[in-house]
Design a protein around this ligand. Structure first.
Ligand SMILES: CC(C)(COP(=O)(O)OP(=O)(O)OC[C@H]1O[C@@H](n2cnc3c(N)ncnc32)[C@H](O)[C@@H]1OP(=O)(O)O)[C@@H](O)C(=O)NCCC(=O)NCCS
Length: 147
């Protein structure tokens, strides 16, 4: 299977919102997803036979980029698509001349942490008790990657 990769467009909002709510424990609202089409953001998405399999949304400031969101539809997870999305992200960053990449992830998110370490991110710090959880709070792990 060779999914098609292309940037997201506002016409994809319905599919994005559905995928967002199926993949994330703490999903972005439709309104927040819509804001990701602003000038400082860029994105990529994977499609197969008209189905949205996954996407990323990132921002760009000077020569730096922060990965704001990445998700793969639950039934497609564990097949290399997250890694594929990040490879597209890195290629876009290189083309845009961006050298420093950043992200934040919940300390409990083992699959995302595994993906980021596997693609060359390193932990650069922590925000203690940053994210609310059902039971209280958990740390945000800050990660960086030099392209
Ligand atoms: C995180 C996410 C995008 C990973 O996508 P995926 O398509 O399942 O990941 P891949 O199959 O490309 O895996 C790539 C690497 O990530 C790591 N990884 C993936 N799932 C993992 C898991 N459950 N535990 C540990 N490592 C994992 C592995 O190193 C893997 O490499 P390998 O297959 O050679 O072992 C996906 O799990 C997801 O959408 N999660 C919900 C949304 C989310 O939490 N997004 C991140 C918010 S910060």
């Amino acid at each position: 299977m060779q999914p098609e990769c292309r940037p997201l467009t506002p016409a994809d909002l319905d599919a994005m919102t559905a995928l967002e709510h199926s993949a994330h424990v703490h999903p972005w609202s439709r309104g927040l997803l819509a804001e990701a089409f602003g000038e400082r953001y860029f994105s990529g998405s994977l499609w197969h036979q008209g189905e949205l399999l996954g996407y990323f949304i990132a921002d760009r400031v000077l020569d730096e980029s922060t990965l704001m969101n990445i998700c793969v539809a639950p039934r497609w997870q564990g097949r290399g698509l997250g890694r594929q999305l990040l490879e597209h992200y890195f290629a876009r960053c290189r083309a845009l001349g961006l050298g420093w990449l950043w992200l934040e992830v919940r300390a409990s998110n083992r699959s995302a942490l595994g993906l980021y370490v596997a693609t060359g991110y390193e932990e650069s710090g922590r925000r203690r008790n940053y994210y609310p959880t059902a039971e209280g709070h958990e740390d945000a792990v800050l990660m960086q990657k030099r392209l």
